[in-house]
Design a binder for this molecule. Structure first.
Ligand code: AMP
Length: 516
């Protein structure tokens, strides 16, 4: 029986009740914030009670959405727990979104309350009935309001299947969709990860991720919250600061960019990382090269895992056992993962690339007010079609080959960008690469590579690199052009924005046959 099965059988019915039940040592520290404040578990629970009462004065009730577009702070994080206690649905928004972008989310989600930074108050007041403010220093009308509120709060009688959060996917094509997650999705995944990654009250996790995205908001926070450990809460990732924290920490969860930045710092050594027990990476592919270089420098094999907004975490390299560079590991306990033929949905054997599909208590309920899209993305037997392509190896480790929409179809042949990127990354002068398909006169799409060169390497020889690749790859897979750029465009979670690259190079091969 999994920890999640045990919880369901124990009569606990929702996420806040589980938090309360797991709070074995109320005066243990839950958060040490970089603004100098400390919050015990009891303080954090009490803060969420004050906020829940404050939100209730604004007539927020069960099922209502509460949109939150503020910088990272302990109060901002506690709004999530307050909403869960009210039975309301937490809707976090990236503070970098413009007013026009935020207006789309507001019109789609129809929140009954918006919490924003004071500078946005005037604009957002035009779009919503109730607006409260919260600034990065813990000030604003929300804070004034909660100070006059009691901390005792009678939690709503929600169930595991009730919605707890509405997270908009960071879609690069079309409008982003709202994924509705339930109390059960979050609780089951946190409990699974605690077991899989060995989290305990002794853990101290460096939390330097944003909290408007599932990685920092749920994966990093709930794993610690439900295991009794503590968070070193940083408003942003600064490499000096994070290395300086290693001696008082045990673990770090990060995006691959964290690890490439750490590798570029002279302070990253075996000695400085000796107190750490676990480095975890996800949200974007970690280069096998980064994995190897990190292990060489620190003795730690980074544990890579794969998840998404809609599903929480699906697979993970083992905590005990071989962590295979370039793979995202094995399906987590209680979660089914299969690779299928994208068109027919028929399961494919190990070694073949197909659509990654997932089923389990971690998978979201539905897209917000979008039954058509929801129906399209699920197979009749309940598997969610992730949109990621990948394959299992003989030992059950999953490798991601890229997003389905990034697949290049050239002259009728499928080209999986990851395979080409791995070949290109083997050139000593290449730091990293992104392979895309762009319109081509004869072939429909032509394979194109965009590369970032390592500092201090001799001039880049496009023709030389292409002829070398011709020796290693089938002709149709060889890039028609290789373009060198100073850096790849990435979003805040470290994902390469291939859509942006496709738009930038849309004209490149339209009439060209050079040089292949
Ligand atoms: P998001 O919903 O923003 O968390 O993005 C989820 C997507 O990030 C997945 O569908 C994958 O395409 C990608 N992703 C997450 N973790 C990994 C990983 N370890 N390796 C490669 N891609 C990943």
């Amino acid at each position: 029986m999994t920890a999640w099965d045990e919880v369901k059988n124990s009569g606990i019915n929702n996420f806040p009740a589980l938090v309360r039940e797991r709070m074995q040592v109320p005066d243990a520290i839950f958060i040490r914030s970089d603004d100098g404040r400390e919050f015990t578990y009891e303080d954090y629970w009490s803060l969420s009670g004050h906020i829940a009462n404050a939100l209730a004065t604004q007539f927020v009730k069960a099922g209502d959405r509460v949109a939150v577009q503020v910088g990272k702070s302990v109060e901002a994080l506690a709004i999530f727990l307050a909403c869960a206690r009210l039975g309301a649905i937490f809707l976090p928004l990236n503070p970098a979104y413009t007013t026009t972008e935020v207006e789309y989310f507001i019109s789609d989600a129809e929140p009954s309350l918006i919490i924003c930074e004071p500078s946005k108050f005037e604009t957002l007041s035009k779009s919503a009935n109730a607006v409260l403010t919260l600034d990065a220093r813990g000030g604003g009308s929300l804070v004034e309001l909660l100070q006059s509120q009691p901390d005792a709060f009678a939690d709503a009688m929600t169930d595991w299947d009730d919605a707890i959060a509405l997270l908009y996917t960071s879609g690069t094509t079309g409008k982003s969709k709202g994924a509705l997650l339930t109390h059960g999705n979050l609780a089951s995944n946190a409990l699974t990860l605690i077991e899989a990654w060995g989290f305990s009250p002794d853990d101290v996790l460096i939390h330097a991720l944003p909290i408007y995205h599932t990685h920092g908001l749920f994966t990093a926070t709930n794993t610690v919250l439900l295991s009794g450990g503590s968070l070193l809460f940083r408003r942003k990732f600064e490499v000096d600061d994070v290395i300086a924290l290693f001696p008082q920490a045990t673990s770090l969860m990060g995006v691959p960019t964290f690890y490439t930045r750490l590798l570029g710092h002279s302070g990253l050594r075996r000695e400085s990382a000796k107190h750490m027990r676990l480095f975890i990476s996800g949200s974007a592919p970690l280069l096998a090269e980064t994995h190897r270089a990190f292990e060489e420098k620190t003795g730690h094999a980074i544990l890579e895992r794969f998840g998404m907004t809609e599903t929480n975490m699906n697979t993970s390299n083992p905590y005990r056992g071989e962590r295979r560079a370039g793979t995202v590991g094995l399906p987590l306990p209680g979660i089914e993962v299969r690779v299928s033929d994208p068109a027919s949905g028929a399961p494919l054997p190990a070694g073949q690339i197909g659509m990654i599909e997932v089923r389990g208590p971690n998978v979201f309920k539905s897209y917000w007010r979008n039954p058509t899209k929801t129906a399209e993305e699920f197979r009749p037997d309940g598997f969610f079609i992730t949109g990621d392509l990948g394959s299992f190896d003989g030992q059950g480790y999953l490798t991601i080959s890229g997003r389905g929409k990034d697949l290049v179809i050239t002259g009728g042949f499928n080209v999986y960008p990851k395979e080409i990127e791995m070949e290109i990354d083997r050139f000593p002068e290449v730091l990293e690469s992104a392979v895309i398909g762009v319109p081509h006169a004869d072939l429909g799409e032509g394979v194109t590579a965009v590369v970032v060169l390592k500092a201090g390497h001799p001039a880049f020889d496009e023709r030389g690199m292409i002829s070398e690749l011709q020796k290693r790859l089938a002709k149709f897979k060889v890039p028609k052009r290789i373009i060198a750029v100073p850096e790849l465009p990435r979003n805040a979670m470290g994902k390469v924005q291939k859509g942006l690259l496709r738009a930038t190079y849309a004209e490149l091969l339209k009439s060209q046959r050079f040089p292949v």
